[in-house]
Structures are given as C-alpha cells and as structure tokens.
Design a protein around this ligand. Structure first.
Ligand code: OSB
Ligand code: MG
Length: 367
C-alpha cells in the first residue's frame, strides 16, 4: 500500500462538561485528525496530545509542529506492505510518541481497509464486545460527585474511575463506597502524591478499590515499586509507561500489577500490542485508557481493546458522555457496561466529512 497523500487538520470540540484532574482541567479540546490517502483508500487517525503539557510533555501545538515539520514529509510517498514499518524513517526523532502514533494508527486503519477486514481483526482482536467504564473528573463537592456517579451507574458502566488528589481522596472515596457499596471503583491520582504520602495511600486499602492509577511521578519507577510493596491495592501505571521497555522495567522492579494502555501514549498500535503481549505472558491484566478522544480515536481504542488480554473495563465511554454530537457515524454507545466492536472495514465507523471540514481551523496537506 502506498501513502500518496496526507491531510492533518485541527478541529475544536467542546466537551459537554469541564474535565478536571489533579494537574489541571480541559473543556475546549483542540483535536488533530489525520487522513491518509492511497490506492483509493482513505484512512483515519487522531493525535491524543492535550492542550496543555500537564499529563504528557506533548501538546496539540508540539504535535502539529513535529507532524508537519518532521514526520509527515518523511512518511508520505512511502510504499509499505504492513503498518509496522511506517515510522522507520522517523525512528531517529526522540519522544513525541503521540505525534508518531497518529500516523502509525492511521496506517493500521489503511492496512485493515486494504485487506477488507476490521481494524479489530487486523490488530488480532477476538472480542465482539468489550467491557467499558467511565472516568469521572474532580468535582466541586461530594454531592456533585455522588450525583455524577449515580448517573453513570444508571447508564450501566462496568466500573467507575474517580480522579483524586490530596484533600480529595480517602474521605471522598469512603463516602462513595458507603453510598454505592456494589460499584466497582478505582482511583486515578495523575501523579499527585509522593512516596512520603504512603500512610495516606495505605488508608485506601480498606476501600475495596480495583486499583490506584499513577499515584506518583511519571518517571518514578523506583518509588512506585516501594509503594506497591506496602499496598494491597494493585497499582496501575498510566503516564509512566511509554514503551514495552518501560513495561519490562516496571515488572522487573514491581512498580505495578496492572497497566492502562493508551495507544497514543506508547507510540501506536504495534507498541500497544507488545505491551499487551508482555503483560499477558506474565499473567497481568491490562485495560485501554482514554484521552477524551473524538469518535476517530475512540474507534482505534475500541479495536485495540478487543484483544484478548484487555480483560478489565477501559476508559472507553459512550460518545454522548463527551460530546453533544460526535464526528463519527454511528456514535459509540454503551449497553449493560459493554460496547460493541465495529465489524466494518478499518475502524468501522464513518467520519462525518462535511462537519469535519466545516469545523477545521487549520489544515496541512502533504503529497
Ligand atoms: O489519566 O487517564 C487519564 C483524560 C485526559 C488525560 C488523562 C486521563 C484522562 C482520563 C479520561 O481519565 C479518560 C477518557 O477518555 O474517558
Ligand atoms: Mg490516568
């Protein structure tokens, strides 16, 4: 398959509600969409970089820069049999995994369409439905939080992830546990704690949480290992894991027992599959994280989460949890805590090209 042309676009999409985590908040997303063309095929990818460098060191703006100045000029014109090699000409670029992943993931969509199979099948997925959860941002009050959670429980989500930070943690979670005794809860700190907070974190062991996600700094494998040794609740790493090598280090040190795989964070689907395979070989579960994607990025996440080792519910919620109107048809829906994996060719949902064109605030074309 030949990548004959690429279009990179930025579209603004406003989240239905402000989403706050320990490092900051998001309301107006600046989404980068990538379209690859070649041999009559059209394939789609999304760059998951955020507007601010609080979760990752990448931003929408750095991704635009790296994609337009360094990646796309070297990738367009390439002829490849399979998507795995698409980033070979840019392997010398350090970091910028979210920018790279947008291209790699679109190349998987292209290869799936060429083969006439779903992206799920192309990636080696076997599930026709996946269990899904929801991630609830920091709220102004416990009352507001309880109301949000009650709504998502009514929507049937298979587990509810609660964002925490110092001052909004043990008591808040204990209140939820009391009000919702049967709900599967987990907590995500987005690096808000230090190892010196171990006493506080140990108090969470009595709350029956499925896991605590990324309690400590993104690059601190050693302290995560020391913390995990003192906690019964499994630690799930998110920010820390950017490659299969990071995963090996984390397992070697005992820094976590679970990982949240976001294909954008780890550089694409091939890297995600390697992390999935490594974890499966050691008997550890993985789940697919989310980055407040549009329907394009969500389609990629759903396809990835159809691999057998993604046994825990992902942060893959219904389109309507994020947007008044998504940019794909059909929108993603949740029933009884599960989402159907699209079966059509490639990502299996249709981007709304007219609406995307109307929303586009900047566009760069490479041929
Ligand atoms: O830490 O998982 C995270 C969103 C943006 C940045 C980081 C995270 C999140 C979420 C939302 O938790 C997951 C979703 O897309 O629903
Ligand atoms: Mg997280």
């Amino acid at each position: 398959m030949k990548i004959e042309r690429a279009e990179l676009r930025e579209i603004p999409l406003r989240l239905k509600e402000y989403f706050e985590i320990s490092s900051g908040g998001q309301q107006n997303r600046r989404i980068l969409l990538l379209t690859l063309h070649g041999e009559g095929l059209e394939a789609w990818g999304e760059c998951v970089a955020g507007e601010e460098p609080g979760y990752s060191n990448e931003t929408t703006e750095t991704a635009w820069h790296i994609l337009t100045q360094f990646i796309l000029p070297r990738v367009v014109g390439r002829e490849l049999a399979e998507p795995e090699g698409v980033l070979a000409p840019v392997a010398w670029i350090r970091g910028h995994r979210m920018a790279k992943a947008a291209v790699e993931m679109a190349a998987w969509d292209m290869a799936a369409r060429r083969d006439g199979v779903s992206l799920s099948a192309k990636l080696g997925g076997t599930k026709t439905e996946i269990p899904v959860g929801v991630s609830v941002g920091l709220q102004k009050s416990d009352e507001a939080l309880h109301e949000k959670v009650a709504g998502y429980v009514a929507d049937g989500y298979a587990r509810v992830k609660i964002k925490i930070k110092p001052g909004r943690d043990v008591e808040m979670l204990a209140g939820l546990r009391e009000r919702f005794p049967a709900v599967r809860f987990m907590a995500d700190a987005n690096s808000a704690y230090r190892l010196s907070d171990v006493a506080r974190l140990k108090e969470m062991d009595r709350l029956g949480l499925m896991m605590i996600e990324q309690p400590l700094l993104y690059d601190d494998f050693l302290h995560h290992a020391r913390l995990q040794a003192q906690l019964e609740t499994p630690i799930c790493l998110d920010e820390s894991i950017e490659s299969v090598d990071d995963m090996e280090l984390a397992l070697e040190l005992g820094s976590c027992r679970i990982v949240n795989i976001k294909p954008g964070r780890v550089g694409g689907h091939a890297s995600s599959k390697r992390i999935h395979d490594l974890m499966a070989s050691r008997g550890f579960p993985v789940w697919c994280g989310g980055m407040l994607e549009s329907g394009v990025g969500r389609a990629h996440n759903v396809a990835l989460a159809s691999l057998a080792g993604f046994t825990l519910p992902g942060d893959i919620s219904a389109s309507r949890r994020y947007w008044e109107q998504d940019i794909v048809d059909p929108e993603f829906e949740v029933h009884d805590g599960r989402m159907r994996v699209p079966t059509g060719p490639g990502m299996g949902v249709e981007p709304d090209r007219e609406r995307i064109a109307a929303l586009t605030v900047r566009k760069a074309t490479f041929s």
